[in-house]
Design a protein around this ligand. Structure first.
Ligand code: IMP
Length: 197
């Protein structure tokens, strides 16, 4: 039996890693930055998802062997001119604090009738400090005015994807992973890796 090729996700976010692992369906051994103490903390100083995804993938792929995949993602809200965008993870003032982020979003959206929003994900595939390719995925939807559901992470309890009447957090992992921004970007990554083999 052959060992699976390793894919290292350049993140410490356990939710992102779990989604990517579930969607890769046993094709790769999926690890993340937490499995490699030598991986640097990467400051996300870019002004686009692609710039930040590149910073993460290149920094990690310089110090670990194997395919490295980064994910920079966020929520773009029409009524807020595309915010929080690349600042999605610290919108509430504390990096990675989803409860604060959701509270700020609810506050900003209070009384607004324009509810359109999308999640966007950009992934960079890298190896040995070089970018191999990059890919993006989006999912359109709308925001509701109170948290609903407990699955997923981040803004999932406030976001209803197009064609559904429940939030990502209510629809659960399988439905989310079949139509999310992350799954759409990842499908392109898989296609690219398969064509390289
Ligand atoms: P990053 O780690 O800098 O890419 O920031 C991603 C942030 O965007 C997360 O902390 C969430 O706030 C938001 N986000 C990205 N993807 C999702 C998702 O699938 N569901 C909910 N929120 C997400």
């Amino acid at each position: 039996m052959h060992a699976l090729p390793r894919l290292i996700v350049a993140t410490r976010n356990a939710h992102k890693t779990a989604e990517i692992r579930a969607m890769l369906g046993g094709r790769f051994e999926v690890l993340n930055s937490n499995d490699f103490p030598e991986t640097p903390e990467v400051e996300e100083t870019g002004s686009t998802f692609l710039e930040n995804a590149r910073l993460k993938a290149l920094a990690v792929s310089r110090v670990v062997d194997g395919w490295v995949l980064s994910d920079d993602s966020g929520l773009e809200v029409d009524a807020l001119g595309g915010a929080p965008g690349v600042w999605s993870s610290s919108f509430g003032g504390v990096e990675g604090d989803h409860a604060r982020n959701n509270a700020r979003l609810l506050q900003e959206m209070a009384g607004k009738s324009e509810r359109g929003a999308r999640f966007r994900c950009t992934m960079v595939l890298a190896r040995q400090g070089q970018e191999v390719a990059h890919f993006s995925g989006t999912v359109e939807g709308r925001l509701i005015d109170a948290l609903q559901g407990t699955a997923g992470f981040g803004y999932d309890p406030l976001f209803i994807p197009e064609g559904h009447s429940a939030t990502f957090a209510e629809l659960g992992d399988d439905v989310k992973n079949s139509l999310s921004h992350r799954s759409r970007a990842l499908a392109l990554v898989i296609n690219h890796l398969e064509n390289l083999e």
